[in-house]
Design a protein around this ligand. Structure first.
Ligand code: NAD
Length: 511
């Protein structure tokens, strides 16, 4: 383990509020009584202001008024605002990345990567602002034209999780804004400064472009604030990212009022390692996906299904690589594994390790808390590897920590069955040099996940693809490809220029 120095509470708090101020946050206005701890040292960053759930009504009302103006601004002009946001994000990349590290403990390289993802989605959305295409179809009737037009939807409510405290907002907001929607954001309670800073940069972009600043709203608070947003009849789409437990509450509540929801929930992502796999590449792919972000990505690799012929060598190499992982202050150069978000995450990891042992597992690497003396209020752990005799209950559950289960297979169909035999369906990988296996894995007979990769780990998606997963992952798709359609409503138009009124399907209704 590398030597690491954990920063003091005072240093971090000051730096965090300074970074937020540079991003346009009125730091006096956001200070308050709500406790706000950094996972880096477990100490207070300085109290912040939480909104009451009634603030949701006011935010939605403002967003509704702004929507009436915004929806008829030409999409390329809306794109210009998002372009400016991307420029401001590039200018303040270090500030925002530092806030991500302070508030959720990401290592600097990943925090910068998260902000880069925001810049990338702004680029994508700018291009999209000139490509909101609808189809034209042939009519069965002479002198008729059939076409579809896409219109803005209204107010989009965004609920985000702690582990991507800024990127998830940008995926939703950059796309929603070019689509003509307005956004009310309920960020993770762990990352309010990230939220105010991101919104501060957007506000500046809106002001500079002469656009209505109320298209973007932020309401900070706990699940009660999220629930108020979910239940609000003025919110046309609720895009909610977080645990399956949260989605199980949000989905039916939104459906009950006939709203739309886009759910991005938990994952339980596996890699299959075939006998022909390039083990050097596989090793790197697994270690990044399983131990990176301290195991706190929705796409974190949680299971490896290895062919018996490579299991011993690969497990030994994984254990050796895990022993070399530099753990500590996420802002220290060279650190690869930062802290867990809070004590409950650590408790959940300990509980999962205990259950895995009861269910026949053997701990072969890590699992213990580290740096407890240097940071008694923070929770750093040595990423764990547990070999399992099969896919027991604990393996089928998502534990949001760096805990990797290793299992073996003999037959490729059995490996695919294991990959699919979990309630979640987010991301999956196959490491192989066998073209036929790769084709099967990405075919209808292969992985049942929303993300299906070959010779690359389960995490680290690019913004150009549609992101999301099946089953308990919620079915939503965000970010690239045609995910924008979820943020718009489709109208089918039949235009009759024939001067006659022929009815479809040959119906005769002459009077
Ligand atoms: P969480 O479910 O505890 O909280 C997520 C957000 O939902 C927070 O803003 C929270 O305040 C809000 N919330 C909680 N209960 C709510 C309710 N009943 N109604 C409305 N809002 C509610 O999740 P977390 O601990 O912040 O994040 C970790 C989880 O998020 C993991 O399960 C991870 O897999 C998942 N996640 C999924 C994706 C994805 O794209 N699929 C991305 C990131 C994280």
């Amino acid at each position: 383990m590398s030597r690491t120095v954990i920063p003091t509470a005072q240093d971090l708090g000051q730096q965090a509020f300074e970074a937020a101020r540079r991003c346009g946050v009125d730091v006096a206005a956001v200070a308050g009584d709500a406790a706000h701890r950094s996972p880096v040292n477990g100490r207070s960053l300085g109290g912040v202001r939480w909104d009451a759930s009634s603030a949701v009504d006011e935010a939605v009302a403002r967003a509704q008024v702004a929507y009436r103006q915004w929806r008829s601004v030409p999409a390329p002009a809306r794109g210009a605002v998002v372009k400016r946001l991307g420029e401001l994000l590039a200018e303040h990349k270090e500030d925002l990345a530092a806030l991500v590290s302070y508030e959720v403990g990401k290592i600097t390289s990943e925090a910068l990567g998260e902000v880069q993802e925001m810049i990338d989605i702004c680029d994508f959305a700018l291009g999209l602002s000139r490509q909101l295409y609808g189809r034209t179809s042939v009519s069965e009737r002479p002198g008729h034209r059939l076409m579809e037009t896409w219109h803005p939807l209204g107010v989009v409510g965004v609920i985000s999780a702690f582990n991507f405290p800024v990127a998830v907002w940008s995926w939703n907001t950059a796309i929603a804004l070019v689509c003509g929607d307005t956004v009310v954001w309920k960020p993770s309670e762990q990352a309010p400064l990230c939220a105010w800073a991101s919104a501060g940069l957007l506000r500046r972009a809106l002001e500079e472009c002469g656009a209505p600043v109320d298209v973007s709203q932020v309401v900070v608070g706990g699940p009660d604030v999220g629930e108020a947003l979910v239940d609000h009849p003025g919110v046309a789409l609720v895009s909610a990212t977080g645990s399956t437990r949260m989605g199980r509450s949000v989905g039916p509540r939104v459906a009950n009022r006939f709203g739309r929801s886009l759910l991005e929930l938990g994952g339980n992502n596996a890699a299959i390692v075939a006998p022909s796999a390039d083990l050097d590449l596989t090793l790197r792919g697994i270690v990044f996906s399983a131990a990176g972000t301290a195991g706190q990505r929705c796409t974190t690799m949680r299971r490896v299904i290895m062919h018996t012929s490579v299991a011993q060598e690969l497990t030994e190499r994984l254990v050796e690589a895990y022993g070399r992982l530099p753990i500590g202050n996420p802002m220290t150069q060279g650190t690869l594994v930062g802290p867990l978000i809070h004590q409950q995450a650590h408790d959940a990891m300990r509980a999962a390790l205990a259950k895995a042992a009861e269910q026949g597992g053997s701990l072969v690497a890590g699992g213990e808390r580290v740096l407890a003396e240097a940071a008694p209020d923070a929770f750093y752990v040595q990423p764990a590897i547990v070999t399992m005799p099969g896919q027991s209950d604990i393996v089928r559950a998502e534990t949001f920590a760096p805990l990797l289960y290793v299992m073996t297979y003999d037959d490729f169909d059995e490996a695919i069955a294991l990959n699919n035999d979990v309630p979640q369906g987010l991301s999956s990988s196959l490491f192989t040099r066998d073209q036929a296996e790769a084709e099967v894995f990405v075919s209808a007979d292969g992985s049942d996940c929303g993300i299906v990769n070959v010779n690359i780990g389960t995490s680290g998606a690019e913004i150009g693809g549609a992101f999301g997963g099946e089953k308990e992952t919620g079915g939503g798709r965000e970010s690239g490809s045609d995910a924008w359609r979820a943020y718009m409503r489709r109208a089918t138009n039949t235009v009759n220029y024939s001067g006659e009124l022929p009815l479809a399907q040959g119906v005769d209704f002459s009077v």
